[in-house]
Design a binder for this molecule. Structure first.
Ligand code: NDP
Length: 233
């Protein structure tokens, strides 16, 4: 395969593992980042809270390789605190990055996919979208929103041969989870039937599957990658 793939937030963690997995299949892979590019990947600085930067990143990919054929909307942040201490800034920052950012990149990608009558959209949500987690009202809401977004797009775009699916990772070993207190990390793993944290590659395997020809008849699906934590939810 030599499709044009964009992985947002592909500079580290789950996004980087996805980028490497597509690259290994022979796809042409671009990533977006905010702080640090990846030297051997086509890296575009793009803060997805800014629509102009999103547009410029897609434009640069189109100039080099043509339209994006597979979009992995992976970039995301946390800003955890309990509801009663959560100011509107923390709420807005997480919703704007995780949910509105995904809307921005999906809209930009879909415009060309509709014309091509083909495309794959994969959104990286979280098991906390459906399980909830204390201190993550903003994050859980943003990640639950991605499920609604993906399913609306599955129905809007299905007739154009564009699939729109969601992966729902559980506790995955990345910088995001390394920032949590060690006791919390242990508690998270204790709740996992498979008895270990996930690795970014565990998620990348499902993302590449959903973008593959084998998944041509799957759309609107929400696929957990959580070691059994959510028991299929
Ligand atoms: P990391 O914190 O390791 O990486 C996040 C990536 O997103 C980085 O590349 C970062 O860029 C990028 N990013 C953040 N904000 C923006 C922005 N405004 N515009 C563009 N890029 C941005 O996270 P993970 O790899 O752990 O997580 C990846 C995705 O998976 C996230 O959406 C996360 O919510 C989700 N997830 C993670 C889980 C886990 O256990 N790790 C569990 C469930 C879901 P930069 O490096 O420049 O900051």
């Amino acid at each position: 395969m030599s499709r044009v793939v964009l992985v947002t937030g592909g500079s580290r963690g789950i996004g980087l593992a996805c980028a490497r997995a597509f690259e290994a299949q022979g796809d042409r892979v671009a990533i977006t980042y905010r702080n640090k590019p990846v030297d051997d990947l086509f890296s575009l600085r793009c803060d997805q809270t800014n629509g102009d930067e999103v547009d410029a990143a897609f434009g640069a990919i189109e100039d080099r390789w043509g339209p994006v054929e597979v979009l992995v909307a992976n970039a995301g942040i946390t800003n955890d605190t309990l509801l009663l201490r959560m100011g509107e800034d923390a709420w807005r920052e997480v919703i704007d990055t995780n949910l509105t950012g995904a809307y921005r990149v999906a809209k930009r990608a879909a415009a060309k996919m509709v014309r091509a009558r083909a495309g794959r959209l994969v959104f990286v949500s979280s098991v906390n979208a459906v399980m909830g987690a204390p201190g993550q009202a903003n994050y859980a809401a943003s990640k639950a929103g991605l499920i609604g977004l993906a399913r609306a797009l599955a129905k809007e775009l299905g007739s154009r041969n564009i699939t729109s699916n969601v992966v729902m990772p559980g506790f995955i070993r990345t910088d995001m989870t390394a920032a949590l207190p060690v006791e919390w990390q242990q508690m998270a793993v204790d709740g996992v039937p498979l008895g270990r944290a996930g690795e970014p590659e565990d998620v990348a395997g499902v993302v590449t599957f959903l973008a593959s020809p084998a998944a041509a008849y799957i759309t609107g699906a929400v696929v957990p990658v959580d070691g059994g934590f959510g028991m299929g939810h």
